[in-house]
Design a protein around this ligand. Structure first.
Ligand code: SF4
Length: 330
C-alpha cells in the first residue's frame, strides 16, 4: 500500500480550512506497460540511437498516443504500409505482429527491418504454423480488424484459419465434429469471454486441439484480475488507455460487468469533474500500453479538485522481461 499523497484530515479540519472534499483512489497493480510494450519502445529508441533518425515504424508501435508522439519527437516516422518507407530505410514492425507478407516485402525491397512483435504474439504465430503442418483448420478467437488478428491470420495460407468473435459465431462455423480443428486466441482478450467461447468450441468440436490454456497473455490476465480487485469498492473506475487498444477496452468492460461505472481516458484532461459528483472512491488503472507518467498525471489532476488518499491494490507481482533482438544488442 502506498503512503497517502497528503495527510488525511478530518472533515472538521477541512471545513475550517475550506479544504477540498476528500476522495480515495484505489490504484490497481499490476497496471500499465507490459514487458512486450517496454521491449517494443526500447527497440525503436535503440534503432534511432544506432541508425539515426528517421526510423520508420509500421503502425503505431503500441496503441498509445503519448508514446507515439514521444517517439515521433525523437525521429520515428509512423506509416501504415511499407510502400510509404523509402528504399534503404530502417523500419520497425509493431508489437502486435505482422502477416508473413510484410517481412517478405521488406526483404524483397531490401529494407532494413527490426521486428518488435511481442514474443508472446510470436508464440501464437508459431502455434498457427504447427497446427497447419498437422493439417488442422484453425479457429482463431479474436477481434476482426485488430492488427494482432491480421498479423496472426497472415501466418498461414488464406482459407486455413477462421475468425470467431462470440459464442454465437461458434454456432455458425461450417465444420463438423469429425473435422481436424485447432483453436488459438488473440493475446489481449477478455479472460471471461474467451473462456466461454473456448467452452463452446470444445462442446461443439470435442476433438478440437488447442493450447493448454488460452493464449491470453500474462499482462492482459493480470490487469483484468487487478480491476476485479478495485472495481467492487469503487464508485467509478478510470482506465487510462486508447480507444483502439483491445486490452484497454477489456479493462473498462471488466469494471462495468462488476456493476461499477467505468470510463476510458487517454489523458488526465479527458476527466470531466462532473464525473466525480457523489463519488467517494475512484479506481484507477492503466492498460498495457499506457505509461506510468499518465497515471501520475491523473493523480495530480484529481488532486486539483479533491484531497486524494492513494491506496495501491495488488492482484499479483510481475517480473517478466523480454530480450531485445540481437541486431540491436551486438
Ligand atoms: Fe505482449 Fe501481452 Fe504486452 Fe501484448 S499485452 S505486448 S501480448 S505482453
Amino acid at each position: 500500500m502506498n503512503a497517502p499523497l497528503q495527510n488525511a484530515k478530518t472533515g472538521d479540519e477541512r471545513a475550517v480550512e475550506g479544504a477540498k472534499p476528500g476522495i480515495t483512489l484505489l490504484i490497481a497493480a499490476p497496471r500499465g506497460f507490459c514487458a512486450g510494450v517496454d521491449r517494443a519502445i526500447e527497440i525503436v529508441e535503440r534503432a534511432l540511437d544506432r541508425y539515426g533518425a528517421p526510423v520508420y515504424v509500421r503502425h503505431e508501435i503500441v496503441h498509445n498516443r503519448y508514446v507515439v508522439d514521444g517517439l515521433k519527437a525523437k525521429g520515428a516516422i509512423f506509416v501504415d504500409e511499407l510502400d510509404q518507407v523509402p528504399d534503404g530505410a530502417h523500419v520497425v514492425f509493431s508489437a502486435h505482429g505482422v502477416p508473413k507478407s510484410v517481412p517478405a516485402e521488406a526483404r524483397q525491397r531490401k529494407l532494413l527491418y527490426v521486428d518488435a512483435t511481442c514474443p508472446l504474439v510470436s508464440k501464437v504465430h508459431r502455434q498457427a504454423e504447427r497446427q497447419v503442418e498437422k493439417d488442422r483448420h484453425i479457429i482463431f478467437v479474436g477481434h476482426e480488424g485488430h492488427p494482432e488478428v491480421i498479423g496472426t491470420m497472415g501466418q498461414v495460407e488464406p482459407g486455413r484459419m477462421s475468425l470467431v468473435e462470440t459464442v454465437e459465431d461458434v454456432g455458425k462455423l461450417p465444420f463438423s465434429a469429425e473435422d481436424e480443428l485447432a483453436f488459438l486466441t488473440q493475446t489481449t482478450l477478455s479472460v471471461d469471454d474467451t473462456a466461454e467461447i473456448v467452452a463452446a468450441l470444445r462442446e461443439r468440436f470435442p476433438g478440437i486441439a488447442g493450447p493448454k490454456a488460452e493464449d491470453i497473455c500474462y499482462a492482459t490476465s493480470n490487469r483484468q484480475a487487478a480491476v476485479k480487485r478495485i472495481a467492487p469498492g469503487s464508485d467509478l473506475v478510470l482506465v487510462i488507455g486508447a480507444p483502439n487498444s483491445s486490452n484497454s477496452l477489456r479493462l473498462v468492460e471488466v469494471a462495468e460487468r462488476m456493476g461499477t461505472d467505468a470510463r476510458l481516458i487517454q489523458r488526465a484532461d479527458d476527466i470531466d469533474p462532473a464525473w466525480l459528483e457523489g463519488v467517494g472512491t475512484v479506481g484507477l488503472t492503466a492498460s498495457a500500453s499506457a505509461p506510468e507518467t499518465l497515471v501520475r498525471e491523473v493523480v495530480e489532476k484529481l488532486s486539483e479538485w479533491r484531497e486524494v488518499t492513494e491506496e495501491t491494490i495488488s492482484a499479483t507481482e510481475e517480473k517478466m522481461v523480454f530480450k531485445l533482438p540481437r541486431q540491436l544488442t551486438e
